[in-house]
Design a protein around this ligand. Structure first.
Ligand code: NI
Length: 171
């Protein structure tokens, strides 16, 4: 299975909120498998469908370290239904925002609802790092990048750097 191409900032498609998944079938399962493979190869801890050009409310994540094996989670049509507390996610990064990391303020506890890969309803609490990963990935599904949650100055510096790079590549 070949990995999917990951769209990167400033690609406009990343800014469109996605549509809910309506049908969970074999085609979607294949998409999920390819997204997981793409995430592991990158490597990253999470990947939203929008990052691989798919207009679907779907994400995969795996926050285990390599030594502990894999623990893939799939979340379809996820929604944060409650949130509280504050934490700073240190050095947050994103496969769609290459070569850049920043501290981001996130909620410490969240309550999430969605469907698993078979369409079974899920409702669970997350805190700390898993909560950060989920907030980051669910942001993607709403067209939000972690760049939107940092200071305007840091965002401008990164934007300028990317534009310069694109110019040098003749893009
Ligand atoms: Ni991301």
């Amino acid at each position: 299975m070949s990995p999917l191409e990951i769209l990167t900032f400033p690609e406009e498609f990343l800014r469109n909120p996605v549509r809910p998944v309506e049908q969970i079938d074999g085609v979607l399962q294949t998409v999920i498998d390819r997204m997981a493979e793409t995430m592991y190869q990158a490597p990253g801890v999470g990947l939203a469908a929008i990052q691989v050009g798919l207009d679907k409310s779907l994400l995969v994540y795996d926050i285990t370290s390599k030594e502990n094996g894999r623990d893939l989670h799939v979340l379809i049509n996820p929604r944060i239904i409650a949130q509280e507390g504050q934490i700073i996610s240190e050095n947050e990064g994103c496969l769609s925002v290459p070569d850049f990391r920043a501290d981001v303020q996130r909620f410490a506890h969240i309550l999430v609802e969605g469907l698993d890969r078979d369409g079974k309803p899920l409702r669970f609490e997350a805190e700390g790092f898993p909560a950060v990963v989920l907030q980051h990935e669910i942001d993607h599904l709403n067209g939000i990048l972690f760049l939107d949650r940092i200071s305007a100055l840091k965002r401008q510096l990164y934007t300028r750097r990317v534009k310069k790079q694109l110019k040098h590549q003749g893009a």
